[in-house]
Design a protein around this ligand. Structure first.
Ligand code: IMP
Length: 426
């Protein structure tokens, strides 16, 4: 991905999240100097396996596992400091030295306990099937201009009356929602007082840190969370998360200009999954779909919920290529398809009997489309040991060629297992 002219690259999910970005970022981070998380919060769960050890990181970029990489939690992220500290403790326990390698933006918004109460009490959140981590309410406060930012921890005396007003407001909302849960000012203050001494030493003007790295030609990876179809603008609204997961969000959420970015890699599973509610046109709600779930271990990294599974949807990925300006694709979990005799691919949609070439804006229409399938022959051989394209069975190569053709972006990486070394660079 990186070369002399391509030093600042975005990695985004090109479906509904859980595409395996964690592993890709982990592999690419080996060649990077800096990895930046630019949006989302503890709703994301990046699973990375190194040797016998598995790490699930929600707030910290997975680049932290590489000793030379500096990791940034950007201004676009909503930060849950307790989750951050839990992850730091886990890293320390497993012998990862992160001192001086983690910078948290002082412009990032804090997820307070009342945001989680609001998320969990909200009927709307339940309809959407959110992770209940307070993500939506924190972004609502950010855009409502009543958020609490990391920088606000520098003056706790000034923060107390602000927090008093926010807690009172949250309690009024909880009452309106018919919830009996209530937030308490003293408990919130105790929380921020506990966070402050550990968090503030990690904070800085992170955009400036990233800017300097880019200017010096350092290799910078901007890591998106969730997937393009969960983007608040471009996703299957309202069944989306509350941030811009697509590549445009990378500049805003990292604090640099769009002209600093040289390439965008879209991560796609060789099939499709989704957690939470909302349309999923190529969903296979049948024994084949259950087989995908079992073989792919498709259970949410954050909530443990079974993921909905289905076939590769080229209309979705073509759309993701367009809205992200993808310059390459990384196809993950190809090995999950190893035992299937045939592999359907959704090439287009039909809506009420007519061709539908683009993703409809209305979620109801997307719920009604019928995918058109092309059935490709399976390869029925293990791909787990392939390290070059030439090692793959010919049917698997044809499958990848077809995905590339239908999606409109070149395949640059193929992942054939959870381990770091199980990757093919094209
Ligand atoms: P929220 O981000 O918790 O508000 O949830 C909104 C929607 O995004 C729900 O459908 C969640 O299941 C989905 N979602 C949030 N984070 C992730 C993720 O990391 N992977 C997949 N789906 C996610």
């Amino acid at each position: 991905m990186f070369d002399a002219r391509t030093t600042c690259v975005v990695v985004v999910g090109a479906q509904w999240g859980d595409e395996g970005k964690g592993k890709l970022v982990d592999v690419l981070a080996e060649r990077a100097d800096m990895v930046v998380r630019y949006q989302g919060g503890a709703n994301a769960g990046h699973t990375v396996v190194t040797g016998e050890t598995q790490f699930i990181l929600q707030q910290i970029p997975s680049g932290i596992l590489h000793p030379r990489v500096t990791c940034i939690v950007g201004n676009g992220v909503v930060l849950d400091p307790d989750q951050l500290f839990t992850e730091l403790d886990q890293l320390a326990e497993k012998g990862i030295d992160f001192s001086g390698r983690l910078v948290v933006s002082d412009r990032a918004h804090l997820v307070l306990a009342y945001h989680k109460l609001l998320d969990q009490a909200s009927e709307k959140s339940q309809n959407i099937g959110t992770t209940g981590r307070g993500i939506g309410p924190t972004y609502e406060d950010k855009y409502g201009r009543r958020g609490i930012r990391v920088a606000d921890l520098r003056d706790l005396a000034a923060l107390r009356p602000v927090l008093a007003e926010r807690v009172a407001r949250a309690n009024r909302l909880l009452e309106l929602m018919g919830s009996t849960a209530r937030a308490a000012l003293d408990a919130q203050m105790a929380l921020v007082e506990r966070w402050t001494p550990r968090l503030l030493p990690l904070t800085a003007d992170a955009g400036l840190v990233v800017h300097h790295a880019v200017k010096r030609g350092k290799r910078v990876l901007l890591e998106g969370a969730q997937g393009s179809l969960l983007d608040v603008d471009h996703g299957t609204y309202p069944f989306v998360t509350s941030s811009n997961t697509t590549a445009g969000g990378a500049a805003v959420g990292a604090g640099i200009g769009p002209t600093a970015i040289h390439g965008v890699l879209g991560v796609v599973k060789a099939y499709t999954t989704r957690v939470g509610n909302g349309p999923l046109p190529t969903e296979a709600d049948d024994p084949e779909g259950r087989r995908l779930r079992e073989l792919g271990g498709e259970f949410g990294a954050v909530t443990g919920r079974p993921r909905r599974c289905g076939w590769f949807d080229a209309t979705v990925v073509r759309y993701a290529v367009r809205v992200n300006g993808l310059t390459g694709l990384a196809v993950t979990k190809l090995d999950v398809l190893d035992t299937f005799a045939e592999v359907p691919v959704g090439t287009a949609y039909r809506l009420d009997g007519s061709a539908c070439e683009e993703m409809p804006s209305e979620v109801d229409l997307l719920g009604r489309v019928k995918p058109v399938y092309e059935v490709l022959p399976g390869w029925r051989r293990s791909t787990a040991d392939a390290r070059r394209l030439g090692d793959l069975p010919v049917e698997a190569r044809r499958y990848l060629d077809r995905l590339e053709e239908l999606s409109g972006a070149p395949v640059r990486y193929v992942s054939v297992g959870t381990r770091r070394d199980q990757i093919i660079e094209v």
